[in-house]
Design a protein around this ligand. Structure first.
Ligand code: ZN
Length: 244
């Protein structure tokens, strides 16, 4: 089975459409989404509808839960809270009903793959950005492949002889997943924070045990214009041009 894994769409429809077009060219068997469909960006309803139609597995993230009211917005930064507040009012009944069906963790491939929005020990909030957090993730589960989102940084981390290896996974990174356990973060579709402004995804071949990290250019200017027209916080528009 070949799977395209995406995460952290954040209501950026231009980025999502570009990624889905690239994924269509690869014709995978499934699309999995690791959460944060909404929040920050201008097009929450369209992004929820696309995932309802396309995603075989979709998780919810902290922003989705903030918009639904499951998480209090005082847990969020000023920009995140302002965008979540706007999203609550803009969210259609249909999109809200879809988000409420999602959980922050899932299991696939008969237990060989575990999916979390954030991390195995805290599926909603923990950022896996340090060796200590990666080590804890590997110790918390015995799955051979762990998929996480949340940090918006594309990562390929492995665990061998008790040591953490790996790190950033730029465009074109290819991995043989067969010999070791891996933790992968595909990066973010709608708000990359690893210095590459392009939308991110990872393509998995679960039979051949192979992963390929990909980036896709999209019209950052279109999403920035929509953010500004809606008077969402300006920082949410400017950061898209820097990939931070
Ligand atoms: Zn996110």
């Amino acid at each position: 089975m070949r799977v395209a894994v995406i995460s952290d769409i954040h209501a950026n429809l231009a980025a999502l459409e570009a990624v889905l077009a690239a994924i269509d060219d690869e014709a995978p068997d499934a699309v999995w989404c690791l959460g944060d469909l909404v929040g920050y960006g201008p097009r929450p309803n369209e992004c929820c509808a696309a995932m309802a139609e396309r995603a075989g597995i979709a998780l919810c993230g902290n922003h989705d839960l903030g918009v639904l009211g499951t998480i209090h917005l005082r847990e969020f930064s000023y920009e995140a809270a302002a965008a979540a507040q706007w999203t609550r009012e803009a969210l259609s009944e249909e999109a809200g009903a879809y988000l409420r069906t999602l959980a922050p963790a899932a299991v696939a491939d008969e237990g060989a793959v575990e999916l979390y929005h954030a991390s195995p020990r805290d599926p909603v909030w923990e950022y896996v950005l340090t060796d200590a957090a990666a080590d804890a993730a590997f110790r918390h589960t015995s799955a051979s492949l762990i998929l996480v989102g949340h940090s918006h940084v594309a990562l390929a981390i492995t665990h061998e002889d008790g040591a953490i290896q790996g790190g950033l996974a730029p465009d074109g990174t290819e991995l043989d997943l067969a010999q070791r356990r891996w933790l992968l973060n595909p990066g973010s579709v709608g708000q990359p924070r690893d210095g590459d402004t392009r939308a991110a995804y990872v393509l998995l071949d679960l039979e051949r045990r192979f992963a390929t990290f990909r980036r896709v250019a999209y019209s950052v200017a279109d999403t920035q214009r929509e953010i500004r027209e809606l008077r969402l916080p300006e920082a949410l528009a400017t950061r898209l041009a820097h990939g931070i």
